[in-house]
Design a protein around this ligand. Structure first.
Ligand code: GLP
Length: 398
């Protein structure tokens, strides 16, 4: 398993979006051999999706031959409900790219026979030869999809009862009214995710640091279902600095050093799978190479070669500018997806509930400005868990 640590959510999203784009492009999908991509909902992948939309708008990736399978969907919620995962996926990604409607697979939580719907979903994945890359997120309790703590690590797509804590957590999407939150969901199983040829999990924010530590530093455990990634031959976690809060410094340093060594030996042919950092590194290598060539050219007075280099550079600059321009257009349309928290001084534990509810689960990711703020935010989140338990006890008394 690899752990990639980036400074903040923005950098994580760039890395992941770039990675997905490159994987699709390198696969060279066709109608008969599509790229099968597993996708998740939640705030973690939002910026990744927006960046993929930018790549598409800049002509750098096509979804024409991409087939998708989503992790989960609520049972009984109309497809067009603002909180359905159907709505989420179309709003954040599908309607902005050239994906074919028939290539999108999202479980139907209104099917007459839910078990049959789950069986069909698994069969469809199988028919397409399995999932190439599964992009997922986790809940603060380490769940992937809706595989709540205690889910079997060999589970398949099925109907799942939501944990009480998840129902309470999701009440924010339903006007704070627990009774309106669906109590059941259809979800892919842990094994469905782990069957993918590659699994990539996005973990950001201090509130997920405990789950990350359990997943990376402790054993495979059904109470933290994401930990199943330890058994995957090609598992990759991309996290931000905030999420590393509960990891040992030694662990973080270890994975960072692995990335460094990996970059230095893997070579430019794998550039596309290494995200922007390697790209920058190779760019630097290329710059050094270019300097040497220029020196040689000036000695040999070969101006044509120099011209070619400049054209290559120009093409690269144009490609980057096109993505930036697409991003600016998207930003003009969309609300900002993340919030940089500079101070926690005005937030107490009960205020944290409102604060975290407002931003964390409304598609806006919170990122601490520095480690002190991250630690405070983490504490607030712990306090919030206690506060939730208190609320549950209070509700049970009533
Ligand atoms: C829900 C979804 C998961 C998702 C998780 C994390 O539980 N069922 O698929 O990974 O939320 O959401 P967020 O990224 O908003 O923290």
């Amino acid at each position: 398993m690899r752990l990639i640590v980036r400074q903040d959510y923005e950098e994580v999203a760039s890395y992941v979006a770039y990675y997905v784009k490159e994987r699709i492009n390198q696969f060279q999908p066709t109608h008969d051999r599509p790229f099968v991509l597993g996708l998740a909902t939640g705030s973690s992948p939002i910026l990744v999706y927006h960046k993929l939309v930018d790549f598409y708008a800049a002509g750098q990736v096509s979804f024409e031959n991409v087939v998708t399978f989503n992790t989960d969907e609520y049972v009984g919620l109309p497809k067009d409900h603002p909180q359905s995962y159907h709505t989420f996926m179309w709003n954040h990604l599908f309607k902005h790219v050239n994906i074919k409607k028939e290539n999108v697979h999202i479980l139907d939580g209104n099917a007459n026979n839910l078990d049959e719907e789950c069986r069909k979903f698994e069969a469809e994945i199988h028919k397409l030869g399995g999932i190439e890359l599964f992009l997922g997120g986790i809940g603060p309790d380490g769940h992937i999809a809706f595989n709540e703590p205690g889910s079997s690590l060999t589970s398949r797509t099925r109907v799942k009862t939501l944990a009480y804590e998840t129902i309470i957590a999701n009440a924010r999407f339903f006007g704070g009214d627990i009774s309106r939150v669906p109590k059941l969901a259809l979800t892919v199983g842990v094994a469905t995710v782990m069957d993918a040829r590659e699994v990539m999990i996005v973990i950001t924010g201090a509130h997920k640091s405990l789950a990350l530590a359990k997943c990376v530093e402790e054993g495979v455990n059904h109470m933290w279902t994401v930990s199943a990634i330890q058994m995957h031959p090609k598992g990759l976690i991309v996290c931000d600095e905030d999420a590393t809060l509960e990891l040992h410094v030694k662990t973080v340093k270890y994975f960072k050093s692995i990335e460094h060594v990996h970059h230095s030996i893997i070579g430019p042919h794998n550039l596309g799978l290494q995200g922007n950092l390697l790209r920058n590194m190779v760019d630097t290598n290329q710059a050094a190479k270019r300097r040497r060539r220029l020196m040689l050219q000036s000695l040999l007075n070969d101006e044509d070669e120099n011209l070619e280099d400049e054209e290559e550079e120009e093409a690269k600059r144009a490609a980057t500018a096109a993505v930036e321009e697409a991003g600016k257009k998207r930003k003009r349309k969309a609300s900002p997806p993340s919030l940089k928290l500079e101070s926690t001084k005005d937030i107490d534990v009960s205020g944290a509930a409102t604060f975290l509810d407002k931003f964390l689960h409304e598609g806006v990711a919170i990122h601490a400005a520095n480690n002190t703020i991250a630690a405070q935010l983490h504490q607030l989140h712990q306090g919030l868990r206690e506060e939730k338990k208190r609320r549950i006890r209070q509700q049970e008394k009533q």
